[in-house]
Design a protein around this ligand. Structure first.
Ligand code: 5GP
Ligand code: MG
Length: 198
C-alpha cells in the first residue's frame, strides 16, 4: 500500500509504515467537506443572517481547519478549543482535559451555529465530553466534523455530521496528527511503524 511516488520524500518517511492519504487525496476530502458545510449553512448564514462558527480542537486539527476554512464559501468565525487525552501514548487515557480559547462567549451566542472540528474520532470520549460541556448553552446548533473516524474503537457513541474518511484501527500521524508531538508537519497521513512506539 506504500504510495511513495505520490508523496514528497522526507526525513520522517522512514518512520511511516504506509501512507494512507497523500496530500492530493487529503485535498479532495477537505474540498468535499467544505462543500458539504457550505451547503448545510448557506441559507442560515446568507439569508437568515445567522453566524457560522468553526471551532478547531487543537492541536491536532490545525492543518485541517486551516485548509478547510479557506474552502468554505461563507462568512465565518474561527475559534479554538484545546482537548487532550493521549499524553504521550497511542491509546486514549480516558481522561479528557478541555480548555476553551479566549472568545468563550460565542458558545452561548443565540445566533451561532457551532461546527466542532476534530482531526480524528477514536473512542469518542473527547467529542462527547465537549458536547456535555456545551449542553445548556444558548446557541442555534452544534454539529461535529472529523477528518478521520475509527469506528471500530468507539466507546461512546457520537453523531458526526461531517466525516472525511473512515479508517481501520491503526495509529496514524501527519497533517496535524502527532506521536509525542512529532509528525504534525507531514503533508500526508500515514500509519506509524509499530517499532516507533512499542
Ligand atoms: P477520542 O477521545 O475519540 O478517543 O480521541 C480523540 C483524540 O485522540 C484525537 O483528537 C487525537 O488527538 C487522538 N487520536 C485518536 N486516534 C489517533 C491516531 O490514530 N493518531 C493520532 N496521532 N492521534 C489519535
Ligand atoms: Mg485531537
Amino acid at each position: 500500500m506504500l504510495k511513495e511516488n505520490d508523496v514528497k520524500k522526507s526525513s520522517l518517511l522512514n518512520d511511516i509504515y504506509s501512507v494512507l492519504f497523500s496530500e492530493e487525496e487529503i485535498d479532495k476530502i477537505v474540498c468535499r467537506i467544505a462543500n458539504e458545510i457550505t451547503e448545510a449553512f448557506k441559507e442560515k448564514v446568507l439569508k437568515n443572517n445567522e453566524k457560522l462558527v468553526i471551532i478547531a480542537i487543537l492541536n491536532g486539527s490545525f492543518q485541517f481547519v486551516s485548509d478547510l476554512v479557506k474552502k468554505i464559501d461563507l462568512p465565518l468565525q474561527v475559534e479554538f478549543m484545546f482537548a487532550s487525552s493521549y499524553g504521550n501514548a497511542t491509546k486514549s487515557s480516558g481522561e479528557v482535559e478541555i480548555k476553551v480559547g479566549k472568545n468563550a462567549d460565542v458558545l452561548d451566542d443565540p445566533d451561532a451555529h457551532l461546527v466542532i472540528i476534530e482531526d480524528i474520532v477514536d473512542s469518542g470520549n473527547t467529542l462527547s465530553k465537549i458536547l456535555k460541556n456545551l449542553k445548556g448553552k444558548n446557541n442555534k446548533s452544534v454539529s461535529l466534523c472529523a477528518l478521520f473516524d475509527k469506528p471500530d474503537r468507539r466507546e461512546t457513541a457520537v453523531d458526526l455530521q461531517f466525516v472525511g474518511a473512515r479508517i481501520p484501527d491503526e495509529f496514524i500521524v501527519g497533517y496535524g496528527l502527532d506521536y509525542c508531538e512529532k509528525y504534525r508537519n507531514l503533508p500526508y497521513v500515514g500509519i506509524l511503524k509499530r517499532e516507533i512506539y512499542e
